[in-house]
Write a protein of this length. Structure first.
Length: 332
């Protein structure tokens, strides 16, 4: 059996690694026009969690975390996998009670309700916090280190990595023909589309040739989103290195001076309103740095399908860093 994998990001690398090291496939080829782990995998949020509203998604996440934990053990935690979890924090007594209800119904969570319990367990959160919900099977890792570890193991198991643009795939009953750079043709038993944000663009190049049919595959119900993370140098060491991911579960109203308020009223009025919950903060995998993001800022950005290979400046809100820093100040 032979397999060609489209995409050398973390998904494609993980697929090839699993096929070769777990299932013993000897003929696996990964094809990408760019170097491995060099596109969206190079700038990912690097986090994992088993908490999802969809049960099937939670089951899939648990399986994925099982695999990550095994890799962490066998590599002596080469990719710095953290199991500190996510902690949702609130200043609302009503929401704190909801935290308790959720923890009572699921072993995936622990709840700390009331100031004494909340601050006793998480002394680094705001002194006004009255509730915390700890999602226990969650954390983060160094995605580049993870990818490099899997690439090395995959190569040792015989996986080949080829630079090239897959321009066409013809899928027959028993095999596939894959054209690279409009000239080289490879054949394999199976083809895996692990093209990340370019999955649907690749689907358009896959032709179903069974029973004399010859048409490209239909688009998948996928949507690309912009997640812009900020990495800050914590020169004063204000953020403890051993804390979990902290997520503000409350809406936030940012303070502004009169001059700035007037300017925003004309240019960015949404920042004068109460802003959604979801401000994230955690230590970075690199000592002395912290990672933060607030997804709502870029929710309005429409990413084309296929997306550009580099994001244009207009996709980023020039106020993003300012908004995040002020939000952190309000929640501290």
């Amino acid at each position: 059996m032979s397999v060609i994998v489209s995409g050398a990001g973390i998904a494609g690398v993980a697929t090839a690694h699993r096929l070769a090291t777990k299932y013993g496939l000897k003929n696996v080829t990964v094809v990408d026009r760019f170097s491995p782990l060099s596109m969206t995998s190079a700038v990912s949020t690097e986090c994992f969690r088993n908490v999802w509203s969809n049960r099937k998604m939670s089951e899939l996440a648990n399986l994925s975390i099982d695999i990550l934990e095994n890799l962490s053990k066998q590599s002596d935690n080469y990719f710095n996998m953290s199991h500190r979890g996510y902690v949702y924090v609130t200043k609302s007594k009503e929401l704190a009670n909801d935290f308790q209800d959720l923890a009572d119904s699921s072993s995936d969570f622990d709840a700390y309700v009331g100031k004494d319990k909340c601050l006793g367990r998480f002394p680094f959160v705001s002194s006004e916090s009255v509730g915390a919900l700890h999602a226990k099977r969650a954390g983060w890792l160094d995605a580049q280190q993870l990818g490099q570890y899997m690439i090395q193991e995959a190569k040792e198991a015989g996986v080949k990595f080829t630079l090239g643009d897959i321009t066409r795939v013809d899928a027959f009953e028993s095999h596939v023909k894959v054209q690279i750079d409009k000239k080289t043709n490879l054949e394999a038993s199976y083809f895996v589309n692990a093209s990340g944000p370019w999955t649907n663009a690749m689907n358009e190049r896959i032709f179903d040739c069974r029973k004399d049919l010859k048409h490209s595959l239909s688009p998948l119900p996928l949507q690309n989103e912009l997640h812009a993370k900020i990495i800050l140098h914590d020169e004063l060491g204000l953020i403890p290195r051993d804390i979990p991911m902290i997520i503000c579960a409350d809406e936030i109203e940012l303070p502004w001076d009169d001059e700035t308020r007037e300017f925003l009223r004309e240019t960015k009025p949404k920042y004068l309103q109460r802003l959604p919950s979801g401000l994230h903060l955690r230590p970075s995998s690199t000592d002395g740095y912290v990672f933060t993001l607030w997804d709502f800022v870029h929710q309005h950005v429409v990413i084309s399908d296929p997306p550009p290979h580099t994001l244009e400046p207009h996709m980023y809100d020039e106020w993003y860093v300012e908004i995040v820093l002020r939000g952190l100040a309000c929640t501290s």
